[in-house]
Design a binder for this molecule. Structure first.
Ligand code: S3P
Length: 446
């Protein structure tokens, strides 16, 4: 789908109590990786619970363009992979739309191949820095034949005849950069090492091990992770049940906390500890969130969440928690707008390079709706107003960013006046069911 069409504004209004049970779509990070690793592995991969958002579908198209067969039968996606090392040169540029994860991981995946691959994306993705992935790839011998200024898309890569394994210390907390280097290591002779000083989501490591890659992790006394992957091994197709996305769960979760009288259940949410920062923070703020039926499904912890409306209080969120809730700050800022006192979020430098400059986009959106906040270089302080009196009434610029769009619609459910967003189209990249799911719980959104 193209997003050059007319923008589609949406409005959220103060709602009566939210009630019922909902199941959020599959985790975006795991869904991307399921298509990628399934497309690469020998044999068949079967996936249920896949997120059918636009971003993930772009990754599927890219894998098809490089030789994988992907089809859907009933609720199941079935992939016939090419075999590790056997991707084909795509005939046309790979268009990743809005998707940072899909494009950056695929750059790593194809980097060492002796072929030419071109990456393009929408205006948001074309503005995002790709040098963080190109830098280690260059060290492995990958040529960047073309790139827009500042190592931005469109980008054309050409792999070397023989890629060189490297040892790479990831300079920022980024699972995408870590993953790109590990995926490049898959088709490189010898052992590629990634050193990760601050742990980020570990789906690449866990899933590659599941597909049979020779990947090991050692954590040293300083807590620094050393990840080793042996190249040119065999990957074998797997059966994957994708758990619900905790980042998407954040929207109904915060909505239920701030809309008085709410009591909802969100089913089958991924509880991997590298993803639970929002949950911990909201519980510290006094949020009534009960973790029900904790269980293990396909190697990941999952649970159902019962959420009841709560009187929240402001907290200081430590910078060390940022990697485990990096995509959740916009919706946390919305929760903070209804909390007693100040919520201080720290260590937010990576928010500047997401689908939008999320730190600025959140601050402008809060201000437009009467919320007192201070934007620092890498911090955000929000001073809340319990009950939401006087809040709302603004129009929020979403800057092609799905999480800005959804977060501010959640704000409108508890603010005194309606909240408008300039464009709801990008919600389809990660949570196509958002409007229907929220309305099903009783939210007034149109
Ligand atoms: C992701 C990593 C994070 C996150 C993104 C998904 C992943 O990005 O924000 O939504 O699946 O690896 P960074 O690596 O830029 O932190």
């Amino acid at each position: 789908m193209k997003h050059t069409a007319e923008p589609r504004p949406a409005v959220a209004r103060r709602s009566e109590k939210l009630r019922g049970a909902a199941r959020v779509p599959g985790d975006k990070s795991i869904s991307h990786r399921s298509f990628m690793f399934g497309g690469l592995a020998s044999g068949e991969t079967r996936i249920t619970g896949l997120l059918e958002g636009e971003d993930v579908m772009r990754t599927g198209e890219a894998m098809k363009a490089m030789g994988a067969r992907i089809e859907k039968k009933g609720d199941m996606w079935i992939i016939s992979g090419v075999g590790n090392g056997a991707l084909l040169q795509p005939e046309a540029p790979l268009d990743f739309g809005n998707a940072g994860t899909g494009s950056r991981l695929t750059m790593g995946l194809v980097g060492p191949y002796d072929m030419e691959t071109t990456f393009i994306g929408d205006a948001s993705l074309s503005g995002r820095p790709m040098g963080r992935v190109l830098e280690p790839l260059r060290q492995m011998g990958v040529q960047v034949l073309k790139a827009a200024p500042g190592d931005r898309m469109p980008i054309t890569l050409r792999g070397p005849r023989h890629a060189a394994p490297i040892s790479y210390r990831v300079p920022m907390a980024s699972a995408q950069v870590k993953s790109a280097v590990l995926l490049a290591g898959l088709n490189t002779p010898g052992v590629t090492t990634v050193i990760e000083p601050v742990m980020t989501r570990d789906h690449t490591e866990k899933m590659l091990q599941g597909f049979g890659a020779n990947l090991t992790v050692e954590t040293d006394e300083q807590g620094v992770r050393h990840i080793f992957i042996e190249g040119q091994g065999k990957l074998t197709g797997q059966t994957i049940a994708v758990p619900g996305d905790p980042s998407s769960a954040g929207f109904p979760l915060v909505a239920a906390l701030i809309v008085p009288g709410s009591d909802i259940i969100i089913e089958n949410v991924l509880m991997n500890p590298t993803r639970t920062g929002l949950l911990i923070t909201l519980q510290e703020m006094g949020g009534d969130i009960e973790i029900l039926n904790p269980r293990n499904a396909g190697g990941e912890d999952v649970a159902d969440l019962r959420v009841r409306s709560s009187e929240l209080k402001g907290v200081a969120v430590p910078a060390s928690r940022a990697p485990s809730m990096i995509d959740e700050y916009p919706v946390l800022a919305v929760a903070a707008a209804f909390a007693e006192g100040e919520t201080l979020m720290q260590g937010l430098e990576e928010l500047r390079v997401k689908e939008s400059d999320r730190l600025a986009a959140v601050a402008r959106g809060l201000e437009a709706n009467g919320i007192d906040c201070t934007e620092g270089e890498a911090t955000l302080a929000v001073r809340g107003r319990p009950g939401g009196k006087g809040l709302g009434g603004g129009t929020v610029k979403t800057h092609l960013d799905h999480r800005i769009a959804m977060s501010f619609l959640i704000l409108g459910l508890a603010a005194e006046k309606p909240v408008t967003i300039d464009d709801a189209a990008m919600i389809a990249t990660s949570f196509p069911e958002f409007m229907g799911l929220m309305k099903g719980l009783g939210a007034e959104i149109e």
